[in-house]
Each structure stands twice: as C-alpha cells, then as structure tokens.
Design a protein. Structure first.
Length: 167
C-alpha cells in the first residue's frame, strides 16, 4: 500500500480531458504501486476515509499518471479543486469487467460480431461495456446495444462509434 497526499486539480483545456477533475500521481509513486508500467491500470484503497476500488490510473507521459475524480466521489469526499487528498493505494488485481448477458447474446447472433468485439483491446471492450451499463432506461440500453452491434459490424473502436453517432 502506497500512502501519499495530492492536491485536487482540474484541466482547463486538455483535449478530451477538458474539465476533468483529478489528482496527479507522480512517476515515483506510480512505480511503487506497479513498477515499470506505462499503461492504464486499476487501483484500490482509500481516498481520505472513502474506500475505492477499480479506479483507473491514466498515463500522462513521462511515467506520470492521474486519477479522475467523478462528481459523486468529490461530493462523498466533500472536497473540490484545490483541496488536499490523503491517498492509500495499491494495484487492484481483483478488478474485472464482465460482459453483460444481453450484449453477449446480441453479438453472438453473428459469430463475426463477437469475434470483432473480442479482438478489441481490453480498454475498448471496457469502454463499450461501461457505456452500456450506464444507460438509465431500458430504451437507452436497447439503443446502445444496437449501436454496439452496428459498430462491431463496421469494426469501429469505441471512439469511432461515439463520433459516428454524434453526426
């Protein structure tokens, strides 16, 4: 378990990360959590007194990482930009995102669709699954399932699918 303190920061303009609230995890600390890793990985532990698991460390280059802090987590912490956060973190080896049954059923109608999905990098599969699982209504979930099936038919990454649906 690595223990450190970090100030909550916010990106003003940073491409797709514009507006994100986060804590910076310097290379030295990230190396203590998971040595020689330069890709995103999951951690668990405590932010102040709030237990967390499955939080992504996102690489920022030069070995440094950030942890994005959702609004709901910041409310629970009762902290915003500029506040100092006490972190106790370790790699979360138990974290797995399972494919929802309805997604597997839709993709298995055509073996090529499921194969295309499984060939995607794990991070892209997770983007699709998390996006599907955050649907608040059955109508939205059904619409998203349809969009995923079409994306797999066209061999799209998650970002490509999102951009194509906005136009």
């Amino acid at each position: 378990m690595v223990v450190f303190e970090a100030e909550i920061e916010r990106f003003s303009r940073m491409g797709e990360k514009t507006g994100w609230t986060y804590v910076f995890v310097p290379k030295a600390v990230a190396q203590q959590i998971k040595a020689d890793c330069k890709k995103s990985y999951r951690v668990k532990g405590k932010l102040d007194q709030v237990n967390v698991s499955g939080m992504a460390l996102v690489p920022m280059g030069e070995g440094d990482f950030i942890i994005a802090l959702k609004t709901s987590l910041r409310r629970e912490l009762k902290k915003e930009e500029g506040a100092v956060l006490h972190l106790e973190l370790e790699e979360d080896l138990d974290f797995k995102i399972e494919m929802p049954d309805d997604l597997e059923l839709c993709l298995s109608d055509d073996p090529q669709l499921l194969e295309t999905f499984l060939k995607l990098p794990k991070s892209h599969r997770n983007y699709y699954i998390n996006w599907l699982n955050t649907a608040k209504t059955e109508v939205t979930r059904t619409k998203r399932l349809t969009q995923i099936v079409v994306a797999m038919d066209q061999k799209m990454t998650f970002g490509e699918m999102i951009r194509s649906n906005k136009s």
